[in-house]
Design a protein around this ligand. Structure first.
Ligand SMILES: [Zn+2]
Ligand SMILES: [Zn+2]
Length: 361
């Protein structure tokens, strides 16, 4: 990532802005002109530099109307939960930040005061069910409101046009890897199934945080090439038990991270984990784990499902990127091509995470 020079900003906050919005369930989003919200006490208005696109956005607008309505979210709202930019205006009483500061916005919502948050498990906060870009106005707009300082992550010299994916794709992969690092040892093997946006981050975190051999598994040869370029020691083209056992050997994998989540990847992944190892299901393809009983799960092992990420995860991923220890390769699109970028995401033809660039400075 190229260092960003935080120079003087000559822009002024406008009255209205472009926003890419969900107007109703089971209907594609559309671009609208909306008013720029003024920051209230303790809030900040951020001028968006870039906003990453996430597969969960696609899932949201394809939800059947009845399922969407059960969420109880007010419509319309602006999409985008991987945003970064510059502070444009500070509400009364918000200290520690200055106008022009480069910031990323925490992707998941949390209150900071409930018992889950106090324990550092803010990824499990009940308030996280509706967040910025999923139930409230998000970052696919020229400006976005941040409710409190918990949502603001300082970027230092990182480029805010590209940093948004660190807070979601990066932080989610980081959370999954961090949970299992105590079971991953030098001489062992860690397997990443699905080397797309999240999986490629997981390969890098495993290289930075562990001494294990890292194996990437993907049916797409370009993704495997990329995984190798960011540190995978070995690549496997077929997510089957036979192919995985061939690379993890008789010991079995210390950990398997499944970023796909079909019946086949779950079965192959669980069968490859050693006794005392870990299997993490992050992918949302809807697969099932059959016969979860003695003999089919790793003895004394850990099996866990998607867990999102915490504010601390996002901070640490930003720190790793700032230190040059991980790469965050993105494919840029102008705001006018947001529909096309989502279509590429749906078709699986992106090179890196798609980022909508809203402003260059
Ligand atoms: Zn997401
Ligand atoms: Zn909370």
């Amino acid at each position: 990532m190229t260092p960003y020079e935080n120079v003087f900003h000559s822009w002024r906050v406008t009255d209205s802005m472009r926003a890419y919005r969900m107007a109703q369930w089971a209907t594609p989003p559309r671009t609208e002109e909306v008013a720029v919200p003024p920051p209230g006490p303790g809030q900040a208005l951020v001028r968006v530099a870039g906003c990453g696109l996430c597969r969960s956005d696609l899932g949201m607008w394809r939800l059947p109307r009845s399922a969407g309505e059960r969420l109880g979210w007010a419509m319309p709202f602006t999409l985008g939960h991987e945003a970064a930019g510059w502070i444009a205006a500070l509400g009364a009483g918000l200290t520690g930040f200055a106008e022009g500061d480069a910031v990323a916005l925490a992707a998941s919502a949390s209150c900071g005061t409930c018992w889950q948050c106090v324990r550092g498990q803010d990824n499990c906060c009940p308030r996280g069910l509706a967040g910025r870009g999923y139930g409230r106005d998000g970052g696919l707009a020229d400006y976005v409101l941040v409710e409190d300082r918990r949502g603001l992550l300082k970027l230092g010299t990182l480029d805010p046009r590209h940093a948004g994916p660190l807070t979601d794709a990066g932080a989610t992969a980081y959370h999954a890897v961090r949970r299992a690092t105590g079971r991953v040892h030098p001489g062992g093997t860690a397997v990443v199934i699905g080397a797309g946006g999240l999986g490629a981050f997981a390969v890098q975190f495993l290289r930075v945080l562990t001494g294990a051999k890292v194996v990437a598994v993907d049916t797409n040869p370009e993704r495997l090439d990329y995984a190798r370029s960011v540190g995978a020691h070995e690549c496997v083209a077929e997510p089957t038990v036979e192919h995985l056992r061939a690379v993890v050997g008789a010991r079995g994998a210390d950990a398997v991270f499944d970023f796909v989540g079909t019946d086949a990847t779950i079965a192959a992944g669980v069968a490859s984990v050693r006794a005392g190892g870990a299997f993490a299901l992050i992918g949302s393809a809807g697969g099932r784990l059959d016969r979860a009983w003695f003999g089919s799960l790793p003895r004394d092992g850990e099996v866990y499902t998607f867990q999102g990420s915490t504010v601390a995860d996002a901070q640490e991923v930003i720190a790793l990127a700032g230190a040059g220890l991980i790469r965050n390769d993105v494919e840029e699109f102008p705001f006018s091509q947001t529909d096309d970028a989502y279509a590429r995401l749906a078709a699986g033809t992106l090179n890196g995470r798609a980022v909508i660039v809203l402003s260059d400075s």
